[in-house]
Design a protein around this ligand. Sequence first.
Ligand code: AHN
Ligand code: ZN
Length: 332
Amino acid sequence: MNIPALLLGVVLAIAGCDSSEQKADDNATAVAEKAVVEAPEFNADSAYNYVAKQVAFGPRIPNTAPHYQTGEYLIGKLKELGAEVQVQNFQMEAYDGKMLNLRNIIASFKPKAANRVLLAAHWDSRPFADKDETNPQEPIEGANDGASGVGILLEIARVLGSAAQKPDVGVDIILFDGEDYGQPEDSGLPYKDDTWCLGAQYWSRNMHTANYRAKYGILLDMVGAENAKFAREGTSMRYAKNVVAKVWRAGNRLGYSDYFKYVDAPGITDDHTYINAWAKIPTIDIIEYNMGATDGDYFGPYHHRHTDTMDIISKKTLKAVGQTVLHVLYNE
Ligand code: AHN
Ligand code: ZN
């Protein structure tokens, strides 16, 4: 045998070995990961219109007419979209002693499926603009803080209700009330615990069905602003690290790496805090995190200010979040 032939033999042996290893690798991948299911299209125009519709009612402050009317609209819309809807009516005392008439709205798809995912957002809006220099006593519009998450969930409900192919999992969309009535820093009253997230607190102690279980939950809060960034928030990482990993992987694979950042952020109190601690359902919060903040205010420049209007809402951001969540549901 001459030298080139010998070399060729060695090269072929290496190549052969390589390709059989590659096949074994592919098999392992196939076992480890199910084939990816493509979710139906999340329509960002539709989501945007759902956000605008809520804002048009006026501030969604408990015990006011716009709040009541928005609640009626959400209940009617979710029924129209094909969900089975339950409403929890309850009263809770606010930090200032006022009794608030609140409603949690729960919309279920495939209500009999044992394997379930919970999706949530808050539908009330903050009664004041306590971070604004101007008119801090006036209510904010809450286009991003409140309406954006609900708008995305309404669009997900529309897709789930109308798609020919449904995901295998059952889905419960919970719209919490009374999230944003928390004690302002300058209230002049002594600090009180647990003044935020009243609807999530109530639900976590009074779940809408006996022995309710979901595999995990995804909370959407402030998910509509242009150029929003979402970091791996600490409370989510503490209770539901693998859910954060799943959602971030999905977002990045779909091309939304500008939004879902592999950056860790401090833990916050939000509706998911009570779902995790009290209801014991591992739940993450997709919430805007302003990485450039130098004053410790990581919620972004519009937070609890009069600038939280439709002007800051971006269809691209709604799409990134909505399509990612839909993808996660269809691959469950
Ligand atoms: C804190 O302010 C620590 N949590 C409230 C989270 C929030 C308010 N989300 C929307 N508005
Ligand atoms: Zn808020």
